[in-house]
Write a protein that binds this ligand. Structure first.
Ligand code: KIV
Ligand code: ZN
Length: 512
């Protein structure tokens, strides 16, 4: 029988640490629910001690997700572990993940600890974590640059102290497939109690080899692979989950392992994450990039028409990319709309369906044909619903190449008793003028960090999607807006970011 291999997803921890990928609690919960549908085995939900927001996100995910193990990261110290244990209290399957660096470079320059002290800390902290939780993962940070003999001792000690998972991270993305294969083989040979635990790998992509290294370790016998959706993560990112999974599925004979993952959820997971973070997937990205299943060259198109296997090694359907060409328009009914969403993998409750259908009708009035990409954007908007303290009522922008852009924006403020507030501003360009007018209405200071617009589909009536990032007191808030008018999309994205900022600051003030 094939060996069972576990997928440990760290999108919400290592992935979220990467610049531009921060998410609020609702967004993290939405991603966690999607990871549960994707059927990963472990969701690393965050680093509990890092901030009250991280703690709350782990706690909420632990309370909600029942079909996956939920993990929280902790350095090897009691305070971190206490915080992780607290956040994971309600988890159906909790896992405390604790780590300490084992390379000479890290021990000398960062930890300022001797190897013997690191060994002792490993022993006491793994045992401490085990008092809270039956499942404890121990990671030797910078394992691939550590002295192997020392690494064996550390792992043996961690297992004796109660670790149930041993992780061998390539923290700085330094190793190569052959070297990593050899390291894993030697760990299996030299750590006497290694068979008692799950052996795991965690690769970073600094040299572009994270997936190759992960697969080499798999061939060397590990049974847990750590990765992130779209490969997001520190610096050049982590090993991409969708690439690892599809490599294993497509080249079954090479690996002969069994995964639990539902590959038909891969595309949707990738889309959801990039919709939430605003970090767009590069078009030529393996598996989930826009061009991954596109055949441009005539000779390729000819081959694919004759037989898809000429140039396709996996089907778009296997990752949940729907090639269904059914077209929805303003005459499409609710039933067809709902059924079509189901084929795209969206199962909405009644309230969500009502809201999505209303948005669809509005869009269908403006666009003749509503494509799948449009629907995905409409539906994913519900992913980040938060109280709307400010709502757009109307705006007017006056611009040209010989005049200074002027914008007048009117917003509704408050729930129930709403108040209309209108301000006018000039700016370097129409969007900036509108943003300035909104800032005057809101009256709190923050910095615009990033702004971008992209077209969701092609054609004159394409939906435009705008993303903004604003920063206040060191925290980033992202906002998204969608409309067939890019100015409206931009204004909506700004208001969305401001509403998130207000909501999260309120949560923080109430004690996280
Ligand atoms: O890259 C790394 O070493 C990590 C550990 C904390 C597992 O992310
Ligand atoms: Zn990492």
């Amino acid at each position: 029988m094939s060996r069972r291999v576990y997928i440990f997803d760290t999108t919400l921890r290592d992935g979220e640490q990467s610049p531009g990928c921060s998410m609020n609690i609702q967004e993290k919960l939405e991603v966690a629910k999607q990871l549960e549908r994707l059927k990963v085995d472990v969701i690393e939900a965050g680093f509990a001690i890092a901030s009250p927001g991280d703690f709350q996100a782990i706690k909420t995910i632990a309370e909600t997700i029942k079909d996956c193990t939920v993990a929280s990261l902790s350095r090897a110290n009691a305070k971190d572990i206490d915080r992780s244990a607290e956040a994971l209290k309600q988890a159906a399957h909790p896992l405390i993940h604790t780590f300490i660096a084992t390379s000479d470079i890290h021990m000398q320059h960062k930890l300022k600890m001797t190897p013997e002290e690191v060994l002792e800390r490993t022993r006491t902290m793994v045992a401490y974590a085990r008092n809270y939780c039956p499942n404890v993962e121990f990671s030797a940070e910078d394992a691939t640059r550590s002295n192997p003999e020392f690494l064996y001792r550390v792992f043996e000690t961690a297992i004796k102290a109660g670790a149930t998972v041993i992780n061998v991270p390539d923290t700085v993305g330094y190793t190569t497939p052959d070297e990593y294969f050899e390291l894993i083989r030697k760990i299996r040979e030299n750590v006497p109690n290694i068979d008692q635990v799950i052996l795991s790998v965690h690769c970073h992509n600094d040299l572009g080899m994270a997936v190759a290294n992960t697969l080499a370790a798999l061939r060397a016998g590990v049974s847990q692979l750590e990765c992130t959706i779209n490969g997001i993560g520190e610096r050049a990112g982590n090993a991409a989950l969708e690439e690892i999974v599809m490599a294993i599925m497509t080249r079954k004979q090479n690996f002969d392992v069994e995964l639990r993952v539902d590959t038909a959820q891969l595309y949707r997971s990738s889309k959801l994450l990039s919709n939430i973070t605003g970090v767009v997937v590069q078009p030529n990205k393996a598996i989930v990039g826009a061009n991954a299943f596109a055949h441009e060259a005539g000779i390729h198109q000819h081959g694919v028409l004759a037989d898809r296997s000429t140039y396709e090694i996996m089907t778009p359907e296997s990752i949940g990319l729907n090639k269904n060409t059914m077209v929805l328009g303003k005459h499409s009914g609710r039933h067809a709309f709902e059924e079509h969403l189901k084929t795209l993998g969206y199962h909405l409750d009644q309230e969500e369906l009502d809201a999505a259908f209303a948005k669809f009708k509005m869009l269908a009035d403006k666009k003749k044909i509503v494509q799948d990409a449009d629907l995905e954007v409409l539906v994913s908007q519900k992913a980040v619903e938060i109280p709307e303290v400010y709502k757009l009522d109307r705006f007017v922008i006056n611009t040209g190449n010989t005049i200074t852009a002027t914008a007048s924006v009117r917003l509704r403020r408050g729930n129930g008793e709403e108040e209309l507030i209108e301000k006018v501003s000039i700016g370097d360009g129409p969007v900036y003028a509108a943003f300035k007018a909104i800032e005057k209405i809101v009256g709190v200071s923050f910095v615009l960090e990033d702004y971008k617009v992209r077209s969701v589909t092609e054609g004159q009536d394409a939906l435009g999607e705008a993303y903004v990032k604003i920063r206040r007191n060191g925290t980033i808030f992202t906002g998204k807006g969608v409309s067939t008018d890019i100015f409206e999309a931009s204004v909506l994205s700004y208001i969305n970011a401001i509403n998130k900022m207000i909501y999260e600051e309120k949560l923080e003030a109430e004690g996280g």
